[in-house]
Design a protein around this ligand. Structure first.
Ligand SMILES: [Zn+2]
Length: 505
């Protein structure tokens, strides 16, 4: 089994922000989860460095587009490292290997007869690097995404015969109802296809900053085709002397809704034209919307990923982004919301459970997990849980899968309150029951933590180490006996210092 997951590549015309971090975190959770399933995983992210959006920003700043790329590509690399992304490669579209392979594929599409020369006239948004159809344009000839005024452009260039792929695309969507998920995004893409597809520019005659068209080097390939092809080209040169395409293709794409059309319509059509297998799935996520008025003591009124990571760690950010807003939907986030989840869920529900469980086993059984049978009512709560999480993550349902895991965390807390191990410990006649309870807690915590590992790799690794668990694969409840020596564990999510009180009294 292999699993190939991608983020879109990010434009190098500005600093990375929370939106980029969000997509990268989501793809990383899937990559890590599939590695836990012992699958061969390849996780790709990178930067999109050609085209108008980059050329225009470079001009504004008085640098060359390449200099702009060299400035920002490392910032995106750092961002991936900061959120603890485990990407296997970081592609830059200015890579030699990418450019060569783009030309090969585009040449193949040309040779297959899907390209012709023509004139295009239409409304163009330079920030989208895209012509807009009449139905997309909003009042005053503005871009629906950027709200800037569109320019009327007329170009002689090369066209990709997208219209010829209307029927094949409709068939693809029919045969594979989950090709694009969630459903409402699929419907959006399908509606766009059904309204009739027009041919699209494959090249730009006036721009110099791009991959040259192989049969007409005075023109460069339209940046969207060059960018989309990164998913394919990277496998060709990411490992020196090895072509990974056969091992990992087709990909599972994660992307935000603003680039749906390119990925769900242009991209599969272009792959068909090149006789390359279309992607496995596309998951389209929504936006995290900042609720400006909900301030927090430690973070102010903006949820800045750098600041969150510096203060609370990457795991807390990864958790909050996937927990607060149902993955796939738009939703509100805020610094106050972050702090509330950090304190109630991470510090109290999960962190306390971990420390309590370890300290009770330390106190009552000398730090060794008892070898016992778990009580059936606790075991029942865990029955099938790993399978449910896997099934949800097969569909990239990150928020629902996390909720399944969190139910286990809450069940364990409830179990502590129900069984009151500190009372059992006072009664010698309850020694066996105490062993069952402590075993069940350690085992439940281990399973929940293994399931959480993809979401919060660092803190869960610390806890698994303390539980004497060196494996990271997914396991079922009760699949490990007792007898492990427990280690030390500093609080996983330290409590916040009350702001403003420091140094007083
Ligand atoms: Zn635009």
């Amino acid at each position: 089994m292999s699993f190939y997951v991608t983020t879109p590549i990010y434009y190098v015309n500005g600093e990375p922000h929370l939106g980029h971090a969000y997509t990268t975190i989501a793809a990383d959770i899937l990559a890590r989860h599939h590695r836990q399933r012992d699958e061969e995983v390849f996780f790709l992210t990178g930067t999109d460095e050609f085209g108008e959006p980059v050329a225009q920003e470079a001009e504004r700043e008085g640098v060359t587009p390449r200099e702009l790329g060299d400035r920002y590509a490392p910032r995106f690399k750092e961002m991936a490292a900061k959120v603890n992304a485990s990407n296997d490669f970081f592609i830059r579209t200015t890579d030699e290997g990418h450019m060569e392979r783009v030309q090969e594929v585009v040449q193949r599409v040309y040779d297959n007869g899907h390209v012709y020369e023509g004139t295009y006239e239409g409304w163009y948004c330079p920030r989208c690097a895209d012509f807009k159809t009449e139905s997309e344009i909003i009042d005053g000839n503005r871009c629906p995404i950027h709200k800037i005024e569109l320019t009327r452009e007329k170009q002689d260039n090369w066209f990709f015969r997208l219209s010829a792929f209307q029927e094949p695309l409709e068939r693809l969507y029919e045969q594979r109802p989950d090709f694009v998920i969630p459903d409402f995004r699929r419907n959006e893409a399908l509606a766009f296809i059904r309204q009739g597809l027009r041919d699209v520019s494959l090249s730009r005659p006036t721009l110099k900053w791009g991959v040259p068209v192989p049969w007409d080097p005075d023109q460069v390939i339209y940046v969207w085709f060059d960018a989309l092809l990164n998913y394919y080209t990277a496998l060709g040169y990411a490992r020196e002397g090895e072509d990974l395409t056969g091992r990992f293709w087709p990909p599972f794409h994660i992307l935000a809704k603003d680039i749906l059309k390119f990925h769900a319509v242009y991209w599969p059509a272009f792959l068909m034209a090149a006789e390359i297998e279309v992607p496995e799935r596309l998951f389209i996520h929504g936006y995290l919307l900042m609720e400006g008025h909900k301030m927090s003591k430690s973070l102010g009124n903006v949820l800045d990923p750098d600041q969150v990571i510096a203060t609370f760690g990457a795991d807390a950010l990864r958790y909050y982004c996937t927990r607060e807003v149902s993955f796939g939907q738009d939703g509100q986030i805020s610094p106050a919301g972050f702090e509330a989840r950090y304190e109630t869920e991470l510090a109290n529900e999960y962190g306390n459970l971990a420390n309590r469980t370890l300290s009770m086993i330390g106190r009552y059984r000398d730090g060794t997990v008892p070898d016992a049978e778990p009580e059936p009512e606790l075991a029942a709560a865990f029955e099938g849980a790993p399978g449910r999480v896997r099934a949800l993550l097969d569909d990239a349902e990150l928020t629902q899968a996390l909720e399944e895991i969190w139910k286990l965390v809450r069940r364990l807390n409830q179990y502590v309150e129900e069984t009151r191990p500190w009372d059992l410990a006072k009664d010698e006649a309850q020694a066996d029951r105490l062993e069952s309870v402590l075993f069940g807690l350690a085992e439940g915590l281990r399973i929940a933590t293994l399931l959480l590992h993809a979401y919060m790799p660092d803190t869960t690794a610390r806890l698994l180490d303390a539980l004497g668990e060196d494996k990271r694969g997914l396991a079922e409840f009760g699949s490990r006996g007792g007898g492990q020596r427990l280690g030390e564990l500093a609080p996983l999510f330290p409590k916040l210092e009350p702001a403003g009180d420091a140094g007083k009294g």
